[in-house]
Design a protein around this ligand. Structure first.
Ligand code: UD1
Length: 420
């Protein structure tokens, strides 16, 4: 099993280019099941979750290939299986995203029920309710969601009780091929949803309203294959910018429109960093100073993203001042705080909030990654700690960060991967 060894204390300095967004690529890959046509996708990041999704698509019968230039080619003209098995779903919850496309195109799907995970119970009841409203018959049998739509899916006017990214994605993919008009209300507005809708539109879907809380669709009988370039990863970019700020360093990231960072950009500004930007780049300079502490409350987009919460928690542990970080999207997503306390961080957990008093430094320690973004936050903590930090269970980090140690080494970090 791999671990990361970090000797902290180096300022991050330099530049990097954003990778494609994992959370956009996963639903886009699932959406290729909606067509028999060939899809060619650029900027699909090289990550464990992407490999899992490609394995799942191949197990259903899709032809998948990654060319040498990185382009991913998929053709779902010979799908003959309709089951997402437990072994794949347990390693990646986003496997649930094949449910809507399989049901819409083939009228049947069996997807293993995603269980609890490290950041809370994460139910999929709203995915199921939206598809049932479109006419699907869904039962739970032997740990599987068993869905059928013998007469096809039909358009629906459906309101989500809670804003859900994955639920919105499953519903919009299914409604693209449902008969008639669908109006989906209280949907997620994340940039990754906008990216999925743009891909579906390139495939011939009729959808309006992406980026707002209501999506209106006119279902079509068939969709075509399409070429598409996946959007850059705002969470990856945000993570490196926070890491640079925490170390008092400076960083320029190419290949991302800064607006997509939303409130993360505002919060970075509140740390006292100098920010500059152009159409497709953003830079941050902390001028060698300690960042100022910032308060965070996570919310669905356009609020502060839960996927950036742990990284700002790490920054706050070494910032000037006190801060409160409140997690409202997921239960149980402050686990990284306990590991950071082992590194000397002054954090008190009160319900869904972490109260943090910044220290001038942390001390390196052996720590354990509990989920993807928690792992990233421990890397940031390791970069600012004195001495050596060893992070175990970093398979979590490989799910979502392409070549993290390589990118950080280029920025001057003393970090290496070991296999034990
Ligand atoms: C996606 C992202 C994840 C991010 C999250 C919130 C992907 C692959 N993953 O996860 O990185 O942290 O959005 O931005 O894109 N809920 C229900 N019932 C449901 C579905 C969700 O109650 O049927 C609840 C969840 O428990 C959670 C909240 O809604 O409390 C938001 O979850 P959701 O937006 O669905 O997250 P994911 O799509 O799983």
């Amino acid at each position: 099993m791999d671990s990361l060894i970090i000797r902290g204390g180096n300022r991050l300095e330099g530049g990097l280019t954003a990778s494609g967004a994992k959370n956009a690529a996963l639903p886009i890959l699932a959406a290729t099941l909606l067509t028999a046509g060939a899809c060619s996708l650029r900027s699909v990041p090289v990550l464990r979750d992407i490999t899992t999704m490609l394995t799942l698509l191949a197990s259903l019968g899709a032809k998948t290939a990654r060319r040498q230039d990185g382009e991913v080619l998929i053709e779902s003209d010979s799908v003959q299986a309709f089951t997402a098995p437990y072994d794949l779903v347990k390693t990646m919850r986003a496997s649930i995203l094949v449910l809507g496309p399989l049901l819409a195109r083939y009228g049947q799907a069996r997807v293993s029920f995603p269980g609890g995970c490290a950041i809370g119970s994460r139910p999929v009841d709203l995915h199921i309710r939206a598809l049932e409203a479109m006419g699907a018959v869904i039962t739970i049998e032997g740990g599987y969601i068993v869905a059928s739509a013998p007469e096809g899916l039909k358009g629906v006017d459906f309101t989500f009780d809670t804003v859900t990214v994955g639920g919105t994605e499953n519903a919009v993919m299914a409604a693209s091929l449902a008969a008639g008009t669908s109006v989906l209300r209280n949907v997620a507005r994340e940039p990754e949803i906008v990216d999925l809708v743009r891909f579906l539109r390139a495939m011939g879907a009729h959808i309006e309203g992406e980026g707002t809380d209501t999506l209106t669709l006119q279902g079509v009988a068939t969709l075509n294959g399409a070429p598409y370039e996946v959007m850059p990863d705002r969470i990856e970019v945000g993570t490196y910018l926070v890491a640079a700020a925490a170390t008092g360093g400076s960083l320029r990231v190419e290949g991302i429109c800064p607006e997509v960072l939303g409130v993360v950009r505002d919060k970075l500004g509140q740390t006292g960093a100098d920010l500059d930007e152009g159409d497709d780049w953003i830079s941050l300079d902390m001028r060698g100073e300690r960042p100022k502490a910032v308060d965070i409350v996570t919310e669905p987009f356009p609020g502060f993203p839960t996927d950036m919460q742990a990284q700002f928690t790490a920054l706050n542990t070494v910032a000037q001042g006190t801060s409160r970080v409140t997690e409202t999207v997921f239960e149980n997503r402050l686990m990284q705080a306990h590991e950071m306390k082992r590194m000397g961080a002054d954090i008190t957990i009160e319900g869904d909030s972490a109260c943090i008093t910044g220290r001038s430094s942390l001390q390196g320690a052996p720590v354990m990654a509990s989920d993807l973004r928690a792992s990233a936050s421990l890397v940031i903590a390791g970069l600012v700690a004195s001495g050596e930090t060893r992070i175990d269970r970093i398979y979590h980090i490989d799910r979502g960060y392409e070549n993290i140690e390589g990118k950080l080494q280029c920025l001057g970090a003393d970090i290496r991967r070991i296999s034990t």
